[in-house]
Design a protein around this ligand. Sequence first.
Ligand code: SF4
Length: 338
Amino acid sequence: MNIDKYTDTIKACRFCFMCRHLSGIGNVTFTEADTPRVRASMIYGATMYPEKLTHPDLIKTMYRSDLSGVCRRNCVNHYDEVGLTLAYRADIVDAGAEPEYIKQIAADLQNAPAWSVSGEGSMLYIADQYSIESGAAAAFAKLAKGSFKTAKGGACGKGLWVLGYRKEAKVQAENFARVLTDAKADTVVVSNPAIYDMLKNTFAEMGIALSAKVMHSSEYLADIKVKALGSIYYLDSDFLRNYNEEYPFPKAVLSANGADLKFFGTNDEESYSCAEGALVLAKIDAALVEKLARYIEDRADDPAKDVIAVSSPYTKVQLKKYTSLNVKTIEEILADAL
Ligand code: SF4
């Protein structure tokens, strides 16, 4: 079973409460079950009594994790509580025990349309649904120098991967890899950190190689010069910070253009992404995403006036949906100051 690879994490987390204050879902639902400790305790119990592995309460708890990775990041031993949750989901799918609502989300993801590629150039920009809806893709087009190709419309496999559909995710990822290879780009640029993580880490886990250089738009735009930016609160991406070793480019490009980066919230450890790592939590339980958005809104110094920058188009879309925060993607902030 996939969870067998996480025996050390299960044994370490089941008696540890050190990161409970960083459990995003636990912080908005006040439920102990939504912490790495209790998730690990429940899975440890299921390793002794295998019939409990498919208990509906356990399945529901494991599918509502926000997968932010902040507990793993801030754990002194970096125990992989995210990997354990994903492994459990894969075991549940392998056992055919996933609930109907998960099957339906997976079926919808598998019915994603094909990618279409247009334009000319050696750089390929991935304009996924969130990058378009947030305005990041349009702003990136204003900022990018020279012509480039754009890929639109398809799925990369990350959604199926986080739901535990590993075989189906790999099929979709291989198709995505073919699209990227056929585009003959030497650089692939994404605004959506979930796709960045897919290309950087999940592809490797699946054994898929890509010859093109992959970067987030903030890295591609690292040398851009715009009019001096003022005070900005920056909400980091879970995928860029917690899954990709504190990826520095979003903050760097803002600072290099004169942004006075203000401290947001009460600490620099929590996730303020609305469950970016879970990708499809809004389809599993939209009320949880709304609670996470309002939790962020409550921590703004001056919600009506603060300028909030995000490197995740997903986070902007969710915050705009549920709050009145003045939130923009990094691409929009830079394009507005051209
Ligand atoms: S991830 Fe680390 S800090 Fe959190 S419960 Fe596990 S061992 Fe403790």
